[in-house]
Design a binder for this molecule. Structure first.
Ligand code: ZN
Ligand code: ZN
Length: 133
């Protein structure tokens, strides 16, 4: 299941709570449709949920802007059927660049993220070691 944690910077006052991983309402398309917000994704879920060979990935991740290092904690959602792949996309709220397609889970956990505020140092990640739902 998911984990909750806090990212913080030793150089400046930047601090952000983050949620990573899979919640219990993330494991089937019916439940995802109950809370999923982006209309394009909702449409895909409705179209594909009845098809037997549909596979999907859904988890909370931390997107890192390649331009300005902004960190965006959002749901990653990808749906596949045969050769068809739909992946949700986000724009950076600070510089409007397209975020990378996939949030990098490993870098977050290994403490390799630059501070998006001062860009002077790596962020520290503290996990609360509890499930968040
Ligand atoms: Zn940006
Ligand atoms: Zn900083």
């Amino acid at each position: 299941m998911g984990v909750a944690g806090t990212l913080s910077c030793k150089q400046c006052s930047y601090s952000q709570n983050v949620f990573l991983g899979i919640g219990f309402r993330y494991i089937d398309l019916n439940s995802i449709l109950e809370w999923y917000e982006q209309e394009e994704g909702r449409q895909h879920i409705r179209d594909f949920m009845s098809k037997e060979d549909t596979t999907f990935e859904c988890y909370d991740g931390l997107y890192v802007c390649e331009q300005c290092k902004y960190l965006l904690n959002r749901v990653f959602f990808e749906l596949k059927l045969g050769n068809y792949v739909y992946t949700n996309r986000y724009e950076c709220p600070r510089c409007n660049t397209q975020m990378p397609t996939k949030p990098p889970l490993d870098e977050v956990k290994s403490g390799m993220l630059d501070c998006p505020a001062c860009r002077e140092t790596k962020l520290e990640m503290h996990f609360n070691n509890m499930d968040w739902d």
